[in-house]
Design a protein around this ligand. Structure first.
Ligand SMILES: NC(=O)c1ccc[n+]([C@@H]2O[C@H](COP(=O)([O-])OP(=O)(O)OC[C@H]3O[C@@H](n4cnc5c(N)ncnc54)[C@H](O)[C@@H]3O)[C@@H](O)[C@H]2O)c1
Ligand SMILES: O=c1ccn([C@@H]2O[C@H](COP(=O)(O)OP(=O)(O)O[C@H]3O[C@H](CO)[C@@H](O)[C@H](O)[C@H]3O)[C@@H](O)[C@H]2O)c(=O)[nH]1
Length: 350
């Protein structure tokens, strides 16, 4: 018998990959989504309830109707820049929305939750790699909203017996190896999909955001984790919660950092194409380096990334993008990623 699980935000990028991973493990994902950024075409592995997480009664109804034993909660607004210009939207959807999910769960007698948190809760840490002991210090409302939810979850555990695991993803990327789902947003702000959209002529203003960071090549370093590894980690966290895990918070990353230039060189290698080489200013609020210490997740959840080498990340993302965004004629290229390493030689995009 497959256990039904409510997947709030299951029509989105990471949520849909999690639905596929859960279905492969014998769970029955029940997708709950308002399709604000999700895709109807990504609903393939279970029934869908169209609704808003801020509607606690609708969440409770969906849990009872399908007999869900747990909730995986991906639904959120997740644009860092937008969270600075419109913080109310973020505190409303991410914090008030999560309170409503928790109300719906309690009303339906469901007390196990896996929550999508983020390394954005750490802000600009002084040292990397970042362990869970690093003091959270978010520098934007998006990160603050996720940290608030983590605090709420900690308080709900002793008060209401709601056991939860918060998974702090580093940079989610890549696409399903079968090419069934991938990363597709409007607008798209993330490095890898934007670079690929630039190659296909859909983005005209692609740039490296900053070449003066205190890093070996001057560009920012991130810990890129394949979305299918994240999806497997959710299945593992769910297994753990259903098996009696008391709950907690875990970093999900590889422990290895890659600079923007290293990612772009890999994109050029895998695609055999030259990217437009433009160096722009730093994006406001971008830390120099975020790299996970994933030891705790490995030890306590058995988390081992299998697809998170840059070549697999870029290869799967490129396969998806070629299908999702057929090339447009004309491209306006201005150089190669190789040229970026000679910083200063490139035109400034500002
Ligand atoms: N993409 C990343 O690199 C990354 C990193 C760290 C954390 N996260 C977190 O992971 C989660 C999923 O991110 P994603 O990249 O898949 O984003 P996404 O936008 O693709 O998915 C979010 C999904 O939630 C749905 N949704 C949003 N608000 C809703 C509401 N009020 N009611 C019902 N459904 C709603 C959207 O329609 C969408 O299907 C988010 O919570 C995000 O904060 C993402
Ligand atoms: O066109 C672009 C886009 C991005 N970057 C740089 O590439 C790096 C990665 O950027 P991006 O892919 O936008 O990811 P992050 O800004 O690191 O943020 C993502 O990863 C966070 C966790 O690290 C999540 O919390 C956020 O939701 C998610 O947007 C950063 O240094 C950016 O400045 C560029 O140089 N050019």
């Amino acid at each position: 018998m497959s256990a039904p699980v409510l997947i709030a935000g299951g029509a989105g990028y990471i949520g849909a990959h999690a639905c596929k991973a859960l279905a492969a493990r014998g769970y029955k994902p029940v997708i709950f989504d308002n399709f604000s950024t999700g895709h109807r075409a990504f609903v393939r592995w279970g029934p869908v309830v169209e609704g808003d997480i801020r509607d606690a009664a609708a969440v409770g109804w969906a849990i009872r109707e399908h007999g869900c034993e747990a909730v995986l909660h991906f639904a959120a607004c997740a644009y860092v820049g937008e969270s600075v210009s419109d913080p109310r939207k973020y505190f409303d959807n991410n914090v008030t929305g999560t309170l409503a999910v928790l109300d719906g769960m309690r009303a339906a007698g469901c007390n196990r939750l896996v929550f999508s948190s983020t390394c954005a809760i750490y802000g600009q840490p002084d040292t990397v790699p970042i362990s869970e002991d690093t003091r959270p210090n978010p520098i934007n409302p998006y990160g603050a909203s996720k940290l608030m939810v983590e605090q709420i979850l900690r308080d709900y555990r002793p008060a209401y017996g709601l056991r939860s695991i918060a998974l702090r993803y580093f940079n989610a990327c890549g696409a399903d190896v079968d090419g069934e789902i991938g990363e597709l947003r409007d607008p798209e702000t993330h490095l890898i999909p934007r670079a690929m959209m630039a190659l296909q002529g859909h983005v005209r203003d692609f740039a490296v955001f900053g070449s003066d960071f205190p890093t070996p090549d001057g560009t920012a370093i991130r810990d890129y984790i394949h979305v299918s590894d994240l999806a497997d980690a959710h299945a593992g966290a769910l297994d753990a919660l259903l098996g009696g895990h008391p709950g907690g918070a875990y970093n999900l990353g590889t422990g290895r950092g890659a600079s923007v230039l290293e990612v772009l060189r890999m994109i050029e290698r895998v695609t055999g194409e030259e990217l437009p080489a433009v160096t722009g200013r730093r994006r406001e609020g971008d830390p120099a380096a975020l790299v996970a210490d994933p030891t705790l997740a490995r030890r306590e959840l058995g988390f081992v990334p299998r697809s998170s080498d840059l070549e697999t990340i870029v290869g799967t993302a490129w396969a998806w993008h070629r299908r999702a965004h057929p090339r447009r004629p004309g491209d306006g290229r201005r150089g190669t990623a190789q040229e970026w390493s000679g910083r200063g030689a490139c035109p400034d995009s500002e």
